[in-house]
Design a protein around this ligand. Sequence first.
Ligand SMILES: C[S@@+](CC[C@H](N)C(=O)[O-])C[C@H]1O[C@@H](n2cnc3c(N)ncnc32)[C@H](O)[C@@H]1O
Length: 306
Amino acid sequence: MKHMVVEDADNLESCLCQVGKVFDIPSMLSGPQARPQIIHYYFINRLTLLFYNWDGFFHYGISRNGKYEADDHKAHVRILEGYVRQTNAKKVMELGSGLGPNIAFLATRNPRVAFDGVDLSNKPLHRHAKLPNARFCFGDYHDLRQFEDNSYDIVFVIEALCYSTDKSRVLREVRKKLRDGGLFIVIDGYQRDRAKPLSSSEEAMWGLIAKSLACETIERVDVVEDYMQKEFSVVVAQDLTERVWPSLFRFEPLARFYFSHPAFARAVNTFVPHDVVKNTVHILLLPISVQRQIGCYFIHVLQKDG
Ligand SMILES: C[S@@+](CC[C@H](N)C(=O)[O-])C[C@H]1O[C@@H](n2cnc3c(N)ncnc32)[C@H](O)[C@@H]1O
């Protein structure tokens, strides 16, 4: 299988060397990534997000046949729609709703369901915000006081919970908002739970991936599952890593080109904002982390017991 490569065949050390010729690695690794940095990162990258996906989906695609297709970004919402219909949900909330594409897709196809989105830094695209059964609010998912308790059938989050350094608090907040039996669906990336500790280069790689995505740290899946189990019953825990593989590799050749021409890259860095160019770091390193069985991607379906 493609990802079963021998460690070191991926040239991690030389990739880190290349990154070091273009970015100040120690300062990237030590820089904080809290609320102000997350807000700034998403503000600066608004156009980048649209270049990534015109509908505003800012998450990896889940592919079916080992080949990337534009439609793969809708796989998440198709899975969610299955739960919306199966549970006959009337009220659904998304945490970290970004430019609003997930809610827009679901709200258009499920007009009798009311959708609320909450995001810290991104406003929805105008075309998504106009839907009558969709409401987008500004807020931090660590504090959901503005939403009614015990009223949601489903709360979901796609590639946004990784930004929290206090996931237990988010889980408690979501629990309060769900009705008994309600579902919290989390689709996100993690560090894999593995026996072998990370080498120092792998630690540096993992830290750089997190910081280049404006995350303070990307936690281990088993650690997050422990938090989940304290508040919810875990109904589904499915590893989707292989299926995000094609989408992870989509822009990798661009990053390889950028880092193999350091003079050109440094020139680009003088006029493109740091929060935009730093994306090249995770584009280069995330595929390596997955090949090394370090990065992983999961869906968890959690249920609030009555
Ligand atoms: C990778 S984007 C994903 C956006 C969207 N879920 C999607 O699938 O397209 C992560 C989003 O999480 C939001 N976010 C990060 N921390 C947050 C917080 N504490 N509260 C609310 N939103 C947050 C960011 O503003 C950003 O829009």
